[in-house]
Design a protein around this ligand. Sequence first.
Ligand SMILES: C[S@@+](CC[C@H](N)C(=O)[O-])C[C@H]1O[C@@H](n2cnc3c(N)ncnc32)[C@H](O)[C@@H]1O
Length: 297
Amino acid sequence: MSFRGSRFLTTKSHEITRKKPKKNQVLQLNKIYKENCIETLHRMPDEFVDMTITSPPYDDLREYNGYHFPVEEIAASLFHKTKTGGVVIWVVADRTVNGDETLTSFEHAFAFRKAGFKVHDTMLYVKNNPIPSDCGRRYRQAFEYMFCFAKGSPKTFNPLTEPTKSAGQKIKAFRITEAGRGNVPDEDIGRQIKTERKVSNIFSYNVGTSSSGDKIAFKHPAIFPEKLVEDQISTWTDPDDIVYDCFMGSGTTAKVAHLLKRQWLGSEISAEYVEISRKRLEPYLDKLNIPPRNDNF
Ligand SMILES: C[S@@+](CC[C@H](N)C(=O)[O-])C[C@H]1O[C@@H](n2cnc3c(N)ncnc32)[C@H](O)[C@@H]1O
């Protein structure tokens, strides 16, 4: 059963509850729920999270202790639980079966669109050091999709920027065609080039041991690079916003959200992985003065 609105929040304790709380209708922030994310989502108020960042199990690529998930149901639930203007960053790739890519990533994207989200941006997560493998008559697989699904227009956008090479110089028309001056509007010609510009939507990261300093995290088979999570959370949220990860795995989202002073919560169906998260997060939670242990985590 779901319930709506901030009137149910008791913000001081970070406890979310109905006015007359009943058993199993309480959610807490800064906690990993050891359960199927469908259950956590059902207990969440509508319009609750500012952002979800997650990497689902897909194509039975890894066993993850045998758990699977229904994408349509999760997309629909996430739509209701995401605030208007909130986003979901969904990191996913495809498997090749009998020489044919599954395109599961795109099936997921269509499921999110059907649920009501806009496909705001199809970004790429490129691996600087992909696992060495012989891909036959294909190039080495080195990226995953990072879909940004938005509920309406994103309410927060703090873009990552990089220095421009020609800072301070004047904008010139770079291509003159019969139809006009390329795609530089006339009014921009002659203006000074800014010192910084938005980075592209292709983000590259090292994977493997350099992607986190927490050795214990690697007991999980597929962790996010911490920098990927940092870049996405800082782009789409502000401090104190609520970040959710429905497939929390080793706890990367929880750790990074804490360090960036966001509120967070997560679901992870495997007790073994929740235990990895607990051990991984304990030093950081202590530092941030948040009680590290409770029923689930
Ligand atoms: C790709 S891993 C996520 C790894 C994570 N991003 C990290 O940095 O460690 C996917 C996780 O989803 C969990 N899982 C699978 N089905 C689930 C479900 N229905 N609800 C919650 N967790 C689930 C698996 O146990 C696995 O740990």
